[in-house]
Ligand binder design. Structure first.
Ligand code: SF4
Ligand code: SF4
Ligand code: SF4
Length: 184
């Protein structure tokens, strides 16, 4: 019996050593420029840029395959930041990629939800919670407003609404109102 245990332990140690060597030997170094570009993107993962997410778009920019003005959620400010990073000229967001809209979050009309889970599968940032045949709901703090959950919903019960201020965004005490000029 002890012989069997020894063989198993020995094999496990050997396998661990091989995996450790392979990890070091075949590690893919992250491209620092891709990282820097990706950090400037809004991480909405909406795919309006023509790529399946912000990271693939960052990789395409770094390769020279994509222009810097293909991200409507980033807006003109995002293009300017990319232009500054890459030493390029800023330009307006390409309207072919979509229009710049005010921020929104998804809201599920819960009494209409049939619990089909299709929205959960579509959400790229895991902002929807729910279970099969149970009501679903959106966690607004996680929702990026990418709209990807709307088309799959078979009963059309997901709406886009303006985000409400988060607790950390309330200012207290409130700034004093501007003094009205005396008319005396
Ligand atoms: S359009 Fe912008 S936010 Fe949307 S996936 Fe592309 S880079 Fe990300
Ligand atoms: S809940 Fe909908 S709109 Fe919000 S991030 Fe997920 S898929 Fe996008
Ligand atoms: S796709 Fe629509 S009906 Fe299905 S779980 Fe999501 S909100 Fe409910």
């Amino acid at each position: 019996m002890w012989l069997s245990v020894g063989v198993v332990v020995g094999l496990a140690a050997l396998l661990g050593a091989v995996l450790g060597w392979a990890t070091v030997r075949f590690r893919v170094q992250a491209d620092p420029m891709v990282e820097r570009i990706d950090r400037l993107l809004p991480q909405t993962q909406c795919a309006q840029c023509g790529y399946p997410g912000c990271r693939p778009y960052a990789e395409a920019i770094a390769r020279g395959d994509a222009d810097i003005n293909q991200c409507p959620p980033g807006g003109d400010a995002g293009v300017r930041a990319l232009a500054e990073l890459l030493g390029r000229e800023a330009k307006p967001v390409n309207p072919e990629n979509g229009s710049i809209k005010p921020p929104v979050v998804a809201l599920i009309v819960e009494e209409d939800c049939i619990g089909c889970t299709k929205c959960i599968q579509a959400c790229p940032v895991d902002a929807i919670i729910g279970a099969p045949k149970r009501m679903h709901t959106v966690v607004p703090e996680l929702c990026t407003g990418c709209e990807l959950c709307l088309p799959p919903c078979p009963v059309d019960c997901i709406e886009l609404v303006a985000p409400t201020p988060r607790a950390s965004e309330y200012r207290w005490p409130r700034p004093a109102p501007a003094q009205s000029r005396s008319t005396v």
